[in-house]
Design a protein around this ligand. Structure first.
Ligand SMILES: [Zn+2]
Length: 207
């Protein structure tokens, strides 16, 4: 990792942890996921209205459970929009892009390193052991595309220019979801997709 990238992830982790997780935010995320967000240490990204879109989860959950999916997508609208892209069978084309486009591949490898660097900075500040998830990021990085929810979560938490696939998916779903346009609570059937994404992420975590 370059010194600039190291500074970026270290500063980002410090900023997120200093914001922390307010009780109100934890309650909102619990409502979004339909379960208590264990290990949530900060809101990673918010809708313009303030609702959480993604959370930052600590590397070691209470009870000593290693958790690699540091950036976790929670907003029902974005979860649903990303699920639509996955259901459309777009995953192979994103994997092909990573395999065939040198620039995308390099950016995707860097996204993996930034993910690990961000988590390492969190682990150091929180005193969490990372030994069980060393080198494991999320979403299939650094060479495959397995879970778009995880990649989009990284894009939302760490900003544009970090994850090339997450950025592309956000661009693609703009008509359905945009962090700058509040569509919170417009749909009644969001909960099912949120649970679906949870399953995806959990599967990723066990990989
Ligand atoms: Zn909103």
């Amino acid at each position: 990792m370059t010194p600039n990238d190291l500074k970026f992830v270290t500063d980002l982790a410090a900023a997120k942890l200093s914001e922390g997780a307010a009780e109100r935010d934890i309650a909102l995320v619990q409502e979004q996921l339909g379960r208590y967000p264990r290990g949530m240490v900060a809101v990673g990204a918010r809708c313009v209205c303030g609702n959480p879109l993604a959370v930052v989860t600590r590397p070691l959950l209470p009870g000593g459970i290693p958790f690699p999916t540091t950036c976790y997508l929670t907003g029902p609208e974005v979860v649903k929009a990303v699920s639509h892209v996955e259901a459309n069978g777009e995953m192979p084309s994103y994997t092909a892009l990573v395999e065939q486009d040198e620039d995308v591949r390099a950016a995707y490898e860097r996204a993996h390193e930034l993910y690990l660097g961000f988590r390492h900075a969190l682990a150091e500040r929180l005193g969490d052991d990372e030994s069980h998830i060393e080198g494991i990021s999320a979403g299939g990085m650094p060479v495959r595309v397995k879970c778009l929810h995880a990649l989009v979560a990284q894009s939302l938490v760490m900003g544009p220019g970090v994850n090339p696939i997450g950025d592309r998916v956000l661009e693609r779903i703009r008509g359905e979801f945009d962090p700058a346009v509040c569509r919170c609570g417009l749909r009644a059937d969001d909960a099912d997709d949120a649970n679906d994404a949870e399953g995806n992420d959990r599967k990723e975590g066990e990989d």
